[in-house]
Design a protein. Structure first.
Length: 568
């Protein structure tokens, strides 16, 4: 080995860098050492490698971009879906003397101008922004005036169409990052299956991302499921659990109606409780969140609108009134308990009928061929008198929300019917596409619907299983913990069911008969006249799996699960 050996040189530089990191940790952040996972992620980023980091909730993801931001030459852009999280992070960094700013809709004109000016003059180490702002041509022009060394994407699972919390706002990020000269990318998330990991790289046009998975296992979380037979029993059980469990906690409901009912019941029982959901005015939501975060209320009853970016480390329990749509969502939401490392309870109240509620939500997520066609037609009309933007299409269509429009535009872009110019405006590239083209574009979301249906079945499987709860989750995420057999903490480990699957003797002849097929529902096809309760009669225009697209006489187009549609 010579003194010019590349490996020796690399090891020497690595030792010097790690010494610098230790000094930085002590002097700026007041921390003695990094966790192993944090060190590996930081090393990867500082080596200039695009990195996907899967770290459990409370795993210290923010240091993975804050440390590189100090050591890299250039600006670090942190993309987050939550303005409240940006404010929290910014406040902490400013207290530590770190030069940081935020650019989002919460700023007034004067504040935004000051932030943009500081970025252009190279006076910031870290800038926080939303996915929408990163894709803004005006903001990109400001960023281009400086050198962007790193783009860190928080909640990166939101960019994956196979992720449990896919957000169309993330769709345009790949083009925006490319416009910045291809800086190093760090994608951060708490949960990702192999399928989601691969898709994150594909959506970001970074297929060779280095994956660092520190594991999801948190032994301080004690999981359990309580089977209930009706809604009244469910609310009564939740009230009992809240009364019997010490400390602060969160009760999640799948609907606003259920959240409000639970809040009423707990309030009448004399509990210190507040509520959070998307239909409350912004000011009331913020006030209620502050009551909970500042320990002025012990219990938060909420829909899943509450949670992402919320870090109340002393949360002692999380109760779910209904099953979420998948185990990713359940792990994320239940994982808001026990972030201080102390024991916490995570309880799911399972009513078999709740599965239908999630099936209903699934249908509402995805555009069908008719909706893709309407977005394309609107884009063609708008292109005649100016640039085509998501906002202009939404204004023109009225009845189609921004999220679905963004998904439709992504599909049209993938199909090469539209493209984006340097300002990220949409330009028509193909006229008069055939109807079959729209059916083909919608097909990807038929597959997505099938995928989500399978994920829901696995969530139900978790709820009814007699196996170790942690073992089920580790297997689902493909996570291996050395020497792990069972957690010895969940309900099934502490009180094994009388007929756990491992105790059932299966005879060879049990599978000799052919099971009777389930009765087939009505067959739907385009052109059929149908009726839907509360909406009346209409005509089927598209069929995608269980999703039926229907045009009504008043010109309105809606999608329904097949179970809710009847032939006329």
């Amino acid at each position: 080995m010579t003194r010019h050996d590349p490996q020796l040189l690399h090891n020497g530089l690595l030792a010097v860098r790690r010494h610098s990191i230790k000094k930085l940790l002590r002097s700026v952040f007041g921390i003695e050492r990094l966790r192993d996972g944090q060190q590996r992620v930081i090393d990867s980023v500082l080596d200039g490698k695009d990195t996907l980091a899967i770290m459990p909730t409370g795993g210290g993801k923010s240091l993975c971009y804050q440390i590189p931001a100090h050591l890299l030459t250039g600006l670090t852009v942190v993309v987050s879906p939550l303005i409240s999280l940006m404010k929290d992070q910014l406040g902490k960094l400013e207290e530590l003397g770190v030069r940081a700013c935020q650019v989002n809709s919460s700023l007034n004109a004067e504040e935004e101008h000051a932030a943009l000016d500081a970025i252009a003059k190279g006076q910031c180490e870290i800038v926080f922004c939303t996915p929408e702002r990163l894709a803004s041509p005006e903001f990109l022009e400001v960023l281009k005036q400086t050198t962007v060394a790193l783009v860190a994407i928080d909640e990166a699972h939101c960019i994956s169409q196979w992720g449990h919390d896919f957000r169309p706002a993330y769709i345009e990020m790949a083009a925006a990052i490319a416009a910045l000269g291809h800086p190093t990318v760090l994608a951060l998330t708490a949960t990702a299956t192999d399928e989601v990991m691969e898709d994150i790289g594909r959506q970001l046009n970074r297929p060779r991302m280095k994956v660092i998975n520190t594991g999801i296992y948190r032994p301080n979380l004690h999981y359990s499921v309580v089977q209930v037979t009706n809604p009244d029993q469910k609310f009564a059980e939740a009230r009992r659990l809240v009364a019997e469990t010490e400390g602060v906690g969160i009760v999640y409901a799948a609907t606003v109606k259920a959240a409000e009912e639970m809040h009423r019941i707990l309030e009448e029982a004399g509990e210190s409780v507040t509520i959070y959901h998307g239909k409350l005015p912004n000011a009331e939501r913020k006030a209620n969140q502050d009551l909970f975060m500042n320990d002025e209320r012990r219990i938060m009853v909420a829909t899943n609108a509450f949670g992402m970016g919320i870090d109340k480390s002393d949360t002692r329990f999380v109760i779910h009134l209904q099953i979420p749509a998948n185990l990713e969502s359940y792990y994320q939401e239940s994982g808001r308990a026990g972030r201080d490392g102390k024991d916490a309870q995570c309880t799911l109240l399972f009513l078999q009928d709740d599965k239908r509620l999630q099936q209903f939500f699934l249908v509402k997520h995805y555009p069908d061929a008719a909706e893709i066609r309407s977005v394309y037609d609107a884009a063609c009309e708008l292109a005649e008198d100016g640039p085509v933007t998501t906002e202009r299409i939404e204004e023109k269509l009225g009845d189609l929300n921004e999220a679905k429009i963004k998904v439709c535009l992504k599909l049209l872009k993938d199909g090469k019917f539209v493209r984006q110019n340097r300002k990220l405006e949409f330009v028509i590239t193909a006229n008069e596409p055939k109807a079959v083209n729209f059916e083909q574009l919608a097909e990807v979301y038929v597959q997505k619907q099938d995928h989500d249906r399978e994920s829901l079945e696995k969530m139900v499987g978790y709820a009814v299983s007699g196996f170790c709860r942690w073992k089920l989750m580790l297997d689902y995420f493909g996570d291996e913990v050395e020497g792990f057999e069972k957690c010895c903490r969940c309900d099934n480990c502490k009180n094994p069911p009388a007929l756990a699957l491992e105790d059932i003797e299966i005879r060879d002849d049990e599978f000799d008969h052919t099971p009777e097929p389930e009765p087939a529902g009505p067959h739907f096809e385009a052109g059929m006249r149908v009726k839907v309760p509360k909406y009346g009669e209409g005509v089927v225009v598209s069929v995608a799996g269980d999703q039926i697209g229907i045009d009504f006489p008043d010109g309105e187009h809606k999608s329904f699960m097949a179970d809710f549609v009847e032939p006329v």
